[in-house]
Ligand binder design. Structure first.
Ligand SMILES: [Zn+2]
Length: 135
């Protein structure tokens, strides 16, 4: 990731906060996450800025702060809605399928794990450290 005239992290953070404070009613953001061009805001922009400067790798911070900006053009929100209405059913199927698969997995793994652990408990007690928290 390179960008011409990229400032220090502090300078990019100031510019980012300034852009967001100038658009207090923004509902969408450019480059909230690296893999999506535009997203609707679920949390205050401040939260994302704080996360970038506290949680993202230092070498990415200035770049992310430069690109994370409020959407000002009023054609973007309707385009987002068309997109969201289109993908929402697919996400519901995905979420339901994952939840169902997770239940099958958990219902199988938990009892099998208990049988395994009960079976190997004597060997574990004999071989592992006396202070092992698994005992
Ligand atoms: Zn142990």
């Amino acid at each position: 990731m390179t960008m011409r005239d990229l400032g220090t992290i502090a300078a990019e953070e100031r510019a980012c906060r300034k852009a967001w404070s100038a658009a207090p009613n923004a509902t969408h953001a450019w480059h909230c996450h690296h893999d999506d061009l535009v997203e609707d805001l679920h949390d205050p922009a401040e939260d994302r800025i704080n996360y970038i400067v506290r949680g993202k790798p230092v070498e990415e911070q200035a770049f992310r702060l430069r690109l994370f900006r409020p959407v000002r053009d009023d054609t973007v929100a309707p385009a987002w809605k068309v997109y969201d209405d289109t993908v929402a059913p697919a996400w519901k199927v995905y979420d339901d399928t994952v939840a169902s698969a997770r239940k099958v997995r958990d219902d199988t793994v938990a009892p099998a794990r208990k049988v395994r652990d009960d079976t190997v408990a004597p060997a574990h007690c004999a071989e592992c450290d006396p202070d092992c928290p698994w005992k």
